[in-house]
Design a protein around this ligand. Structure first.
Ligand code: ATP
Length: 289
């Protein structure tokens, strides 16, 4: 049997009522099963709108939006048996414990669900299973949110800013949970501003700007195409410590500085995805006039 795509979008267009421009202006991309696909771009680019269409939460759109080979509009409620949705704002019942929350959500599914204890362990909340959700820290709420999205072993996991506002330890833990999900073959569709998450997790990323897609590729190819590796030098001048940065292509200026004997430290800085972000955020969307 031919493997269908996990997500297929073509000519997708959304304009909010009364808006002067499209929030999503005719975009196209395909996500293969098992991919971790990142949707990146500046605030207001149209990422959340795209994700709302794909998760059946925004129904007024033009063009094609398919999940697991079927148009979103044709799925109806069954879509939620097959996808997991973890959005930025935690959704839980504050008076219930973590375990009770998951048991309550599990009851909403027709398909088999994992045991709450199992899912809580997967997101690092085993010790807080009997604590009321209302008492959870932000990091714990994000984990509970993620647990809820995983409960019914969905084929595709949609995550909107899963590490937003988390400290570095919690963010790394959440990335590890997403990694583990991807390793089981689950497709993950992620919107994020967290470049570490992109580097660590994404098989491919699409950069959006002003409703359009400006680039789609692997993080590595994008870094090579747009990144800006450089050599950073600290040196002394007239008794003061100064800093200079040289593109790796400009070795003459660097060598001249090294020859002065006043150089204190030299570091190389690899091309980073943040460079790509800055470069493509200023570009016109593909296909725009
Ligand atoms: P962020 O990174 O800030 O989450 P985003 O890329 O997810 O941004 P969207 O939230 O999809 O961007 O917004 C795209 C455009 O649509 C913006 O111009 C925004 O103001 C507009 N917009 C979003 N939601 C609505 C709404 N419910 N009604 C009207 N306009 C909206």
């Amino acid at each position: 049997m031919m493997q269908e795509s996990a997500i297929r979008v073509e000519g997708l267009r959304v304009r909010y009522p009364g808006a002067a421009a499209d929030a999503v202006a005719g975009i196209a991309f395909t996500v293969a099963p098992g991919e971790v696909f990142g949707l990146l771009g500046p605030n207001g680019a149209g990422k959340s709108t795209t994700q709302r269409v794909l998760t059946g939460q925004h129904r007024r759109y033009a063009g094609t939006a398919e999940v697991l080979g079927t148009p979103v509009a044709r799925w109806g409620r069954n879509l939620y048996e097959r996808i997991g949705v973890g959005f930025e704002l935690p959704a839980y019942l504050p008076k219930l414990t973590a375990r009770e929350n998951l048991a309550a959500f599990a009851a909403l599914y027709h398909r088999p669900t994992d045991r709450p204890e199992q899912v809580l362990a997967a997101v690092g909340l085993a010790d807080a299973a009997d604590q009321r959700a209302a008492t959870f820290s932000k990091g714990m709420k994000m984990r509970l949110n993620l647990a809820r999205a995983l409960l019914h072993r969905p084929d595709v996991l949609f995550l909107d800013e899963p590490t937003s506002g988390l400290d570095p330890v919690n963010a790394a833990d959440v990335r590890a949970v997403i990694r583990a999900q991807a390793d089981t073959g689950r497709t993950v569709f992620l919107t994020t501003h967290d470049m570490a998450a992109v580097e660590e997790l994404c098989t491919r990323v699409a950069f959006m700007r002003a409703g359009g897609i400006v680039a789609v590729d692997t993080p590595r190819s994008l870094r090579l195409a747009y990144g800006r590796p450089s050599v950073m030098v600290d040196y002394t001048e007239a008794g003061e410590l100064r800093h200079a940065e040289f593109p790796t292509t400009d070795d003459r200026a660097l060598l001249a500085l090294l020859a002065t004997g006043r150089v204190q430290t030299v570091h190389t800085r690899e091309a980073a995805l943040a460079d790509v972000f800055i470069a493509v955020a200023g570009q016109a969307p593909v296909g725009s006039p």
